[in-house]
Ligand binder design. Structure first.
Ligand SMILES: Cc1cc2nc3c(=O)[nH]c(=O)nc-3n(C[C@H](O)[C@H](O)[C@H](O)COP(=O)(O)OP(=O)(O)OC[C@H]3O[C@@H](n4cnc5c(N)ncnc54)[C@H](O)[C@@H]3O)c2cc1C
Length: 275
């Protein structure tokens, strides 16, 4: 039996895409393409069992498997490789538990970062890691790339918010790593090992994350400096004052000029008037 026949009979035809537009759409992520390849099939997993069946079938046929969240990666990790099957986790998008008392949530890998944040915000909580792709990218993809965003200087990167994982290994077995509590420290830290492993160690199917409090009162300060060196000194001064901003960004004059050009703003002019 071919890999396609095996996947189709195990999962049903609705979960195994073979049409050209889908194969093309799932061939690449947002990275430059150096060696374009199309997958043989795209599997749209809807359950842990679907992932296990796909992994087992690919292992039995010696077919490479490429895990994929939203395909927003910029390093080609989700590019198809020769003769591969792409395993999309997008349909595994349920928030399985959100516990405001424990300040934790358990999600399937295909939950979009912004959707988890919207659900947490109802309870005055947030999922802190915020890659700029947060409106599209999945928590599974964020875990696989150990994504960080503007809030990471204060709250840490993805690894700092992941407590536990459910992972399907290359033989199709399902393991659980980590703990449900912030202070769970017993045993080897396999969770940290899987975070950032880009799908090379297994397929992440479930994630237990730590939530943080949504800031109650947000103040935004813009400071303009005559040159980059004094701006850098300003950044250090904020740290020395033992103030920890949620987000701090240093923009040079070239960046300000580009932003003004794109958005029709006058950020650079305000700076020159100030200084
Ligand atoms: C506009 C834009 C802004 C971005 N901003 C940031 C940023 O600020 N910070 C940052 O860190 N990144 C950023 N990125 C990169 C990208 O969004 C992140 O890497 C994101 O975490 C990828 O998530 P995804 O769901 O799109 O994963 P994909 O791109 O689909 O996959 C990324 C990698 O993870 C693997 N993978 C995906 N899901 C799983 C899974 N369930 N189990 C195992 N492996 C899996 C894939 O095989 C691939 O290697 C940005 C990208 C864009 C396009």
């Amino acid at each position: 039996m071919s890999i396609i026949d095996e996947l189709t009979s195990a999962l049903g035809p609705a979960k195994v895409a073979l049409d050209a537009p889908t194969l093309t759409a799932y061939a690449v992520d947002q990275a430059p393409v150096l060696d374009y390849q199309q997958p043989q099939a795209v599997v749209h997993a809807e359950s842990v069992e679907d992932v296990q069946a796909t992994v087992r079938a690919c292992a039995a046929h010696g077919v490479p498997l490429v895990a994929r969240g939203a395909g927003t990666g910029v390093s080609g990790g989700a590019h198809a490789s020769k003769g591969c099957v792409v395993l999309s986790l997008e349909r595994m998008n349920r928030i399985l538990d959100l516990n405001p008392d424990d300040e934790t949530a358990v999600v399937e890998a295909g939950v979009v970062n912004a959707d988890l944040n919207a659900a947490a915000a109802v309870h005055g909580l947030m999922y802190a890691p915020d890659p700029a792709s947060f409106r599209l990218s999945t928590i599974g993809g964020n875990v696989a790339t150990n994504a960080g965003g503007l809030r990471c200087a204060k709250y840490g990167v993805t690894r700092d918010s992941v407590l536990a994982l459910d992972v399907v290994l290359a033989d199709g077995s399902l393991i659980h790593t980590g703990h449900q509590t912030f202070k769970g420290v017993a045993g080897y830290d396999l969770t940290a090992l899987f975070v950032g492993s880009e799908g090379t160690l297994g397929i992440v199917v479930g994630i237990t994350v730590r939530l943080k409090y949504l800031p109650q009162d947000v103040h935004t300060v813009a400071a303009f400096y005559p040159d980059f060196r004094s701006a850098a000194a300003g950044v250090l001064a904020v740290g020395k004052a033992r103030v920890q901003p949620a987000i701090m960004e240093l923009l040079d004059s070239g960046t300000l000029a580009q932003l003004d050009e794109i958005h029709g703003s006058d950020l650079a002019a305000r700076g020159s008037r100030c200084c």
